[in-house]
Design a protein around this ligand. Structure first.
Ligand SMILES: Cc1cc2nc3c(=O)[nH]c(=O)nc-3n(C[C@H](O)[C@H](O)[C@H](O)COP(=O)(O)O)c2cc1C
Length: 316
């Protein structure tokens, strides 16, 4: 029996992961199959596993998975599968633009068998190694939502409550810029700027993965951050839109590393991107400032969806 299971796992694994024939898994996955991530505790069913395999293969078309060992216990109730996978990161995966890097990862799955089929599979693998290879230096719990295995809901405030909280945090407005691979200037309005530290000089910005500026930013080495002045209300409108050529309506120059810096801004910096932390919807960029310019202009203020003049403030 043990040999049958081993052979079946080897054949179906190869068919699914190396050739994309995911329905071959039906031969070894129990109808109640659950695949549990050892790291997050999140569980997926067979259909989601199949889709994950197809997504992974689309991103790594030359993926080859090797099973080094399968150990099945004497009663045929549990098994351990030790595997490694290698491929080239050729197409975007979950909002992460492809890097062209060759990637290798390895892991082990602890399997519970029922009626000769895999009922549960607990997967342990070093995601951080994989992501470092992929070119993403570090990550939060990026791709898996930590849905509890027993389906217990996780607590969260309503979106409206959270928006209410965020509205009370008053910010400036920046335009974050970069040059894309074709040498075109790209940018978007962003108020998620924060100063991280002065020494080293680190700054932070969060950019939604669904924006058109995200991919060029993600693959850039440098970015520009321009703090909008009170004269740039129209500029904010342009950079908060999805217009194709946002730079047609502004004067700009390049920083020492080529990032677009917008004339008339209250201040601008150019920074080298050091970290890209992925969340489900946004990437948090942490960058080291390499160049700074400040003008004698008042900055724009953003509060509750409206824009204000910082020259008109009352000091407390
Ligand atoms: C005041 C303001 C602040 C914004 N802050 C952010 C932000 O921090 N991150 C982000 O991804 N989008 C932010 N946006 C939204 C983007 O500017 C908007 O989605 C833009 O259309 C993206 O353009 P793109 O798809 O051409 O890159 C902000 C918009 C406004 C008006």
């Amino acid at each position: 029996m043990q040999e049958n299971i081993k052979d079946a796992v080897l054949h179906t694994w190869e068919a699914a992961w190396d050739r994309g024939e995911v329905d071959a898994l039906d031969a070894i996955l129990h109808p109640d199959y659950q695949r549990v991530s050892a790291r997050t505790g999140g569980a997926v069913d067979a259909a989601t596993l199949k889709q994950n395999i197809l997504d992974t293969r689309a991103a790594f078309p030359d993926l080859v998975t090797t099973i080094d060992h399968i150990v099945v216990d004497e009663r045929g109730e549990t098994a351990a599968i030790f595997w490694r996978s290698a491929g080239t990161f050729t197409e975007e995966l979950h909002g992460v633009p492809a890097t062209g890097n060759r990637v290798e990862t390895r892991g082990s799955n602890f399997v519970e068998l029922r009626e000769g089929m895999i009922a549960t599979e607990r997967v342990t693998w070093d995601e951080s190694d994989l992501l470092a290879d992929v070119g993403v230096p570090s990550l939060g719990s990026a791709f898996e939502e930590a849905a509890a295995v027993d389906g217990a809901p996780t607590t969260a405030p309503s979106i409206e409550d959270l928006k209410g909280f965020n509205r009370q945090f008053i910010t400036g407005v920046t335009v974050v810029t970069t040059m894309d691979e074709e040498g075109n200037p790209r940018g978007l309005a962003a108020n998620s700027y924060a100063s991280v530290s002065l020494d080293p000089p680190l700054v932070l910005i969060c950019v939604q993965k669904s924006t058109s500026t995200h991919a060029p930013l993600f693959t850039s080495t440098h970015l520009g951050i321009n703090i909008m002045s009170t004269n740039q209300r129209d500029t904010v409108g342009v950079f908060a839109s999805r217009e194709p050529d946002k730079f047609a309506s502004v004067e700009w120059h390049q920083g020492p590393h080529g990032s677009p810096l917008i004339e008339g801004s209250a201040a601008s910096v150019e920074a080298e991107i050091k970290e890209r932390f992925l969340t489900k919807t946004h990437t948090v960029f942490i960058s080291r400032v390499t160049h700074a310019e400040a003008a004698d202009l008042d900055a724009m203020i953003y509060k509750g969806g409206k824009f204000y003049d910082s020259a008109e403030l009352t000091q407390l």
